[in-house]
Write a protein that binds this ligand. Structure first.
Ligand code: WTA
Length: 638
């Protein structure tokens, strides 16, 4: 497969960028011409950010799996599509060629059909990182069902909320999942999530850990048994459902500054075109390269750069079940040498954590197959950038710092590996088709000659922009398109230099980024407040050496149970139950009051500063209802 739209020089980048802004319809129409369509579009783009209503490749018909699988079969059906490395290095890896993937996806798509799943139905997927997860995702896409993958670190309560929000009738899960030394009982979590649920009709359970599970008659079936049924019926192929360009492809829940997570909806055609385009250009993928994205498919990075981007490009995507530090901190490096990985795409958190183990785990590792390194999910500090460059890239691999979001579907700001210049801790230039703009609090564009800073917005749509939040379009409008009229607001702050390079400085709303995972402070507070002894709480982020941000909770407690240590544990347990272990506060400080304005608003700015270790410059505290509480909080800091 060749990529005629792959940018090959800095000059070509500038040319493509200029074209894409001058005439987006021509630009994206040309790119889209290299995909397989059942019917071409009537119009490339129709949009307004007011409603918002965004339609790409209007009138076109396609199936994304024909682009990710079928079209590769004739010329390179034997090429590995997915290389799977298990958690335990002693267990054998698996190689799934495009031909195998075709067979398995068709087979499982038939299983879904046989179990009553129809086009448009929402299917919740809660699995570990095994090839069957990718197969399940693609099988949904093949029959036009809308997948909603939930990360294995979310609790039963979180799953239950998502099932309800998406009105899912079908679940695909595993008996359990291996992650490092842990064995996570996924099916049992699903069972808890389903207590009282009357909507879910079928749970398909794939065998992985052979943990004991309770299979409920009439509701739960084994993946393997269902496959056998399909084989007995002699159903090998599964014709791909013809989808409209704008039909939803998937829902992925993500945290915002208020309330419960939102179901971000992506549409078939635009998402396909943009994840492919960004994959091929940012990583400068060459046919035959082995691409290793270490994210979990439960997050957008896994959706876009393990599954859809690479597979639509006929690439070989490496999928790893385990964690970077088990059985030891050399696991990534061992995998890179084992499979001669060419592209490594990981999170700054992982880099920082591995840095902490020193150079020992790198001993004897060659890493000489690597050509391109990437980071995603959070700002990367210069120290981690240089360590990555020197010790992993051996000073010869360009590092792409890719900025994007669940809502953007694909990478929006990044250097292109080896083509446009990189700069430590800067995401640098926008991708073709992406028009960033910085605004101040009042929505006024920030201009200026030198370095400027502001809130990062995007002026016009790119093909994989969020279409709606599931079941509540108004929420999508309010969250992303209303803060600044006619702009998509990212929630991030950024700097821009005189050359137009961007440096993302972090969230400007109440969203935390903990180990590259997005968590809303309001969400954590709600979970803490569920604990019977808690009166009120306030959650802020603070700088954390490895996680990027840690979670600091100030809690007013009036319960009588246990001592402070036990109360802390109880609160952690509550958060684990309500959201999941990923949202557990790192620090809990018990306080007698919170700094509030006379109108009752918590002054988070003050709490943030105290959590950061600032004691002097807390700003004006005279407007507080009870300024005395600040002194107490300062003295009790953990
Ligand atoms: C942050 C992950 C700095 C940012 C793909 C954004 C980054 C949020 C970068 C989205 C980067 C992502 N540099 N910050 N290269 N990439 N972020 O939805 O705050 O899980 O808004 O998508 O991560 O997180 P999400």
């Amino acid at each position: 497969m060749s990529y005629p739209y792959q940018i090959k020089s800095l000059e070509q980048y500038h040319e493509a960028y200029a074209q894409s802004i001058k005439n987006p319809e021509n630009f994206w129409g040309d790119v889209a011409g290299h995909f397989q369509w059942r019917r071409r579009w009537d119009k490339v783009l129709d949009w307004n950010f007011t409603e918002p209503k965004i339609e790409w490749f209007k009138g076109a018909k396609l199936n994304i799996t024909e682009n990710c699988i079928d079209r590769h079969l004739e010329n390179f059906g034997n090429r590995p599509a997915i290389i799977w490395e298990p958690n335990d290095p002693e267990e054998h890896h698996r190689i799934i060629t495009y031909r195998d993937l075709y067979n398995k996806v068709c087979q499982f798509a038939n299983v879904l059909k046989n179990n009553g799943v129809k086009k448009g139905d929402r299917v919740c997927i809660y699995m570990g990182m095994i090839p069957e997860l990718a197969i399940a995702v693609l099988a949904c896409a093949r029959i036009g069902a809308v997948h909603s993958v939930i990360f294995g670190g979310f609790s039963a309560q979180s799953i239950s909320d998502r099932l309800y929000d998406a009105q899912s009738e079908y679940i695909i899960t595993c008996d359990g999942a291996y992650r490092g030394a842990k064995d996570i009982p996924l099916k049992s979590v699903i069972d808890d999530a389903l207590i009282g649920n009357r909507t879910v009709k079928r749970v398909i359970v794939c065998t992985r850990t052979r943990t004991a599970v309770s299979m409920i008659k009439g509701r739960d079936v084994w993946w393997e048994d269902e496959i056998k049924k399909i084989e007995t019926l002699g159903m090998t192929d599964c014709p791909a459902e013809e989808m409209d360009a704008e039909d939803p492809l998937f829902i992925l829940y993500t945290s915002g500054s208020t309330g419960k997570p939102k179901g971000v909806v992506h549409a078939n055609a635009g998402y396909m075109v943009y994840t492919n385009y960004s994959f091929v250009n940012v990583f400068q993928y060459q046919p035959g390269d082995i691409h290793f994205c270490t994210a979990d498919i439960g997050w957008i990075t896994g959706h876009s750069y393990i599954v859809y981007g690479p597979l639509s490009a006929g690439a070989t995507s490496l999928m790893f079940e385990g964690v970077p530090t088990w059985p030891d901190a050399g696991r990534f490096w061992e995998i890179i040498d084992k499979f001669s990985v060419n592209i490594l795409y990981t999170a700054p958190t992982a880099i920082r954590s591995l840095m902490g183990f020193g150079l020992g785990p790198l001993q004897g590792k060659k890493l000489n197959s690597l050509k391109v390194l990437g980071t995603v999910g959070e700002p990367i500090n210069e120290e981690a950038w240089h360590w990555y460059d020197e010790h992993i890239g051996n000073g010869k691999c360009p590092i792409v710092d890719t900025w994007w979001q669940t809502e953007t579907g694909g990478i929006l700001i990044s250097n292109l590996a080896g083509i446009t210049p990189s700069r430590p801790s800067w995401a640098t230039l926008p991708m073709p088709g992406v028009e960033p703009i910085l605004v101040d609090e009042n929505g006024k564009e920030v201009t200026g000659e030198g370095e400027v800073s502001g809130n990062l917005c995007i002026k016009s749509p790119w093909p994989s922009i969020i279409r709606t939040t599931y079941g509540d379009h108004d929420r999508c409008k309010k969250n992303y398109f209303s803060t600044y009229p006619e702009l998509y607001f990212t929630g991030d702050g950024a700097l821009r230099d005189a050359e137009g390079n961007y440096r993302i400085t972090g969230r400007v709303d109440d969203v935390l980024n903990v180990s590259g995972h997005r968590i809303g402070t309001a969400e954590v507070e709600n979970a803490i407040n569920m604990h019977a002894g808690v009166v009120e709480s306030a959650v802020v982020g603070y700088p954390h050496d490895i996680k990027g941000q840690g979670i600091y909770a100030y809690v007013i407690y009036n319960g009588t149970h246990g001592d402070e240590a036990l109360r802390r544990k109880d609160i952690l347990q509550t958060v684990t139950r309500i959201i999941g272990p990923i949202a557990k506060p790192d620090k809990i400080q018990f306080v007698s009051g919170l700094p509030k304005t006379r109108s009752g608003k918590i002054m988070r700015r003050i709490l943030r500063k105290i959590a950061e270790g600032e004691t002097e410059n807390l700003g004006d505290i005279t407007t507080l209802l009870d300024p005395g509480v600040v002194e107490e909080i300062k003295n009790g800091k953990i």
